[in-house]
Design a protein around this ligand. Structure first.
Ligand code: 2P0
Length: 363
């Protein structure tokens, strides 16, 4: 339906995800193949909406020359994030990602990418997962490619490993795999069905995931001193705990999936919490060490322990930064959030319910 002179355009929205069993370290850095599979919860309220417009030969050239003096660099693509034009590293990462799509679609058109984050607080939580999931969907759609979720997940993986999981609503597993074709994420229900579960069992696992929540305790929204990519590389290369960590991820994933099948949030929470501590142990034992924790981080971690001792179902998890996330059920989320606010009245603490997967917003 898109004529040759018409702009090829699409808009997509994706939510961020928080891993329960973490991805931390690559077996292949160029294909972005992880050492272990991971499990995550896609959450609402932390997302990215992205519009991609490919310009055909003529208008592409026109657009390029129009912007040449001010914005466009040798990539010919442009990138605007939250109203700010980006060049250099950020643009090159996006441009290299778009090259992959151009190759698949057999087009040469340059693109304008405009992205808006709906993160309620600046940076720190702005995730490359929602960004590359939204970009993968918008760009592939705009280029006329019709990808299924699995292929979209593999494509998003090239932008950022964790983005492979943001394609799906609720709980998703990213299979580590061993090459491009075998390293993709899928929704928990589809995984269980492929493992022989009944349609009912798969549906109730999906439902269990959609009734989970993450409470984010904001400790800092400052840009981190070291990227996840560099920090995980350093952990792989130098931590003596790296091998045992990968083994524990395999055990944790099995137990987490069993917990989901049983609808046992206590078992899932226990696995989630210990897996996060294990990941941070590999960072702290890297050379030089990577320590994301702040004093207020430790205060928040203790608060979660206190809550649990008082009988509330709440388990902590942390990513590559000082913020603490708390896994709980949708029905307990308000009580847990209130109890955390009581203990840490000065903190910004918000509930993020299980969220939808990526979607195209056109039409
Ligand atoms: C995760 N993280 O599983 C882990 C836990 C952070 C801590 O995935 O290098 O931005 O782009 O593949 O996906 C963050 O790493 O890294 C991440 P790249 P990504 O959510």
């Amino acid at each position: 339906s898109q004529g040759p002179s018409e702009a090829m355009q699409a808009t997509a929205r994706a939510n961020a995800n928080i891993a329960l069993v973490k991805y931390w370290g690559k077996a292949d850095e160029s294909l972005i193949i992880p050492h272990a599979s991971s499990l995550s919860l896609t959450v609402d309220g932390l997302g990215t909406t992205t519009q991609v417009t490919f310009h055909d030969g003529t208008s592409g050239k026109a657009a390029a020359s129009k912007h040449e003096s001010e914005e466009s660099d040798e990539t010919g693509d442009t990138l605007t994030i939250d109203g700010e034009r980006h060049q250099g590293k950020a643009l090159h990462r996006v441009s290299a990602f778009l090259d992959r799509i151009r190759e698949l679609a057999g087009i040469q058109a340059r693109a304008n990418v405009i992205s808006c984050n709906t993160v309620p607080y600046a940076a720190g939580l702005a995730s490359s997962a929602s960004a590359f999931a939204a970009l993968a969907a918008a760009a592939s759609h705009a280029a006329g490619l019709h990808m299924d979720d699995r292929d979209l997940s593999r494509l998003a993986r090239y932008g950022s490993g964790s983005a492979s999981r943001s394609i799906y609503a609720g709980l998703a597993v990213w299979h580590a795999g061993h090459d491009d074709a075998s390293s993709y994420a899928e929704a928990i229900a589809s995984l269980l069905e492929s493992e022989g579960a009944s349609a009912d069992a798969a549906e109730s696992a999906r439902d269990f995931g959609m009734h989970l929540a993450m409470i984010v305790i904001l400790i800092s929204n400052k840009k981190k001193a070291i990227s996840s990519r560099a920090a995980m590389h350093r952990s792989v290369e130098t931590s003596p705990l790296y091998r045992p960590w990968i083994q524990s991820c395999k055990d944790d994933l099995r137990q987490a999936i069993t917990a989901v099948r049983r609808g046992d949030i206590e078992m899932l929470g226990t696995v989630t919490e210990r897996n996060s501590y294990g990941m941070h142990a590999t960072m702290m034992t890297a050379q030089p060490p990577v320590l994301f924790w702040q004093p207020e981080t430790v205060e928040a971690l203790h608060a979660v322990e206190d809550l649990r001792a008082s009988g509330l179902g709440a388990w902590s998890t942390m990513d590559a930064g000082p913020n603490v996330k708390v896994l709980t059920s949708a029905k307990d989320a308000v009580r847990v959030c209130e109890a955390l606010r009581e203990r840490m009245p000065e903190r910004d603490i918000r509930i993020h319910m299980a969220g939808e997967g990526v979607r195209i917003l056109d039409k």
